[in-house]
Design a protein around this ligand. Structure first.
Ligand code: C2E
Ligand code: MG
Ligand code: MG
Length: 320
């Protein structure tokens, strides 16, 4: 009798959970909790947009803004998108949140235009599941149907992985999107798997060079060669190029010499709340960026043109 009782308390092979299963259950519980919290965040309007300027490489003028989502958590403060976008994707909430982002960016665009501030184009990140969703075009049209002559200056940024599933469907959708006057950029370019043949067929306007290459452009001949090749490739395909994550003056000068069209990064401004961008646009907005460009002609160069050429030649050798 006692033996029987002892036995029944001991887990059998069928009921015993492996460490992996326990971890999975804990992960699932964590995820479910996160999704519930996000649901509340959406309902309580804890999500907001920050904006980061993109500047023209030639004259340093702010030519556009990228809208970047933040979660203003009641106890944990501002949470970055990397920590909650995957949960939004997994739960399907990304479609609803993505529509909100489009609507908010269009509304901000409209309010800035009404204030008489330069109507800069605003780029919105669109996740693969959002783009693939059957209602995406409708949602985009809805966001663009603001009370303006023409349409709101909204562009979209998508990543290379979205292109891999069904290229023909993707081409069709992107063409329809561009017919609305929306420009399409491939974000984080160089980190995905898109083939060059695909790239030539895609109805897109811009390549955004991933910040991992930009971070090393002045240090590593290989990264310099990659950045240089992406810029030549983009221009050959009639596309604009934006460098992401420009943090130093030296990186800016290299990119300018390589004829990169636009830049974005902490050197010019971090992503900031709507009010701060508004202030930037109002008060001679472009001064910081333009000051950097003005320093091109001053004696305080961090890299001279011959030095740049020397490094580029080294990069080309490394490439061969
Ligand atoms: P992304 O679209 O590539 O955005 C650029 C990221 O680089 C932003 O991070 C920005 O803060 C950061 N960044 C910009 N300049 C610099 C720099 O000079 N140095 C460094 N170290 N970082 C810089 P953030 O805001 O954390 O966004 C991360 C990613 O989350 C975005 O990458 C985008 O893929 C995604 N994301 C952001 N907002 C949205 C959204 O509304 N919808 C969707 N689907 N994804 C979004
Ligand atoms: Mg982006
Ligand atoms: Mg990016």
């Amino acid at each position: 009798m006692e033996l029987k009782a002892t036995r029944s308390r001991r887990p059998t092979a069928a009921t015993q959970l492996s460490d992996l299963q326990v971890d999975t259950l804990l992960d699932k519980r964590q995820r479910d909790k996160g999704i519930k919290e996000l649901r509340r965040a959406v309902d309580d309007q804890q999500l907001l947009l920050h904006y980061q300027p993109k500047v023209n490489s030639r004259d340093g003028r702010i030519v556009g803004l990228e809208a970047l989502i933040r979660w203003n958590h009641p106890t944990r403060g501002t949470i970055a998108p990397a920590q909650f976008i995957p949960l939004l994707e997994e739960s399907g909430m990304i479609v609803e949140v993505g529509s909100w982002v489009l609507g908010q960016a269009a509304a901000d665009f409209l309010s800035w235009t009404q204030l008489g501030l330069a109507p800069l184009r605003i780029a919105v990140n669109v996740s693969p599941n959002q783009l693939k969703h059957r209602d995406f075009l409708n949602e985009l049209e809805k966001a663009l149907r603001v009370d303006l002559p023409g349409h709101a200056g909204i562009d979209i940024e998508i990543t290379e992985d979205v292109l891999m599933d069904d290229l023909d469907a993707c081409i069709q959708k992107l063409s329809a999107i561009r017919e609305l006057g929306v420009r399409v950029a491939i974000d984080d370019f160089g980190t995905g798997y898109s083939s060059l043949r695909y790239l030539a067929r895609l109805p897109i306007d811009t390549l955004k060079i991933d910040r991992s290459f930009v971070a090393m452009v002045t240090e590593s001949p290989n990264d310099l060669a990659i950045v240089s090749a992406i810029i030549v490739l983009a221009h050959g395909l009639n596309l604009d190029v934006v460098a992401e994550g420009v943090e130093t003056e030296e990186q800016r000068k290299f990119l300018r010499l390589l004829r990169c069209d636009e830049m974005q990064g902490f050197l010019f401004s971090k992503p900031v709340p709507k009010d701060a961008i508004e202030q930037m646009l109002r008060s001679g907005a472009n001064t910081t960026a333009q000051a950097h460009v003005a320093s091109d002609s001053s004696s305080s160069r961090t890299v001279s043109e011959p030095e740049f050429r020397k490094r580029r030649e080294a990069a080309q050798k490394a490439w061969n």
